[in-house]
Design a protein around this ligand. Sequence first.
Ligand code: H2B
Length: 99
Amino acid sequence: MSVHELDAAQVSQLLADHPAWALAREGKAITRTFQFKDFSAAWGFMSRVALLAETQDHHPEWVNVYAKVEVTLTTHDAGATGGLSQRDAKLARAIDGLV
Ligand code: H2B
């Protein structure tokens, strides 16, 4: 189902509201890197994000290397080929609340 894709002003607002996140994929995604003390802490974080993502029916893309987790948020169902939506802003805010 199609989801409203944020326009340029809304993307600027999203970045202002979530300063730890950076634009990625030519404006179609946001990304944030988290560094933990070890793998167990990183995996615990990923588990909490996974449960959050399920409650929001919105899921992150991520890469984990030992204690580092790179999270990318984008909405596959936004616009014609995917992009940013309020769903990404909502999940970013929830993830920020975990750390
Ligand atoms: N996650 C993300 N990141 N983007 C989506 O468009 C998306 C999702 N769509 N999780 C949801 C699931 C959709 O496929 C289901 C059917 O609601």
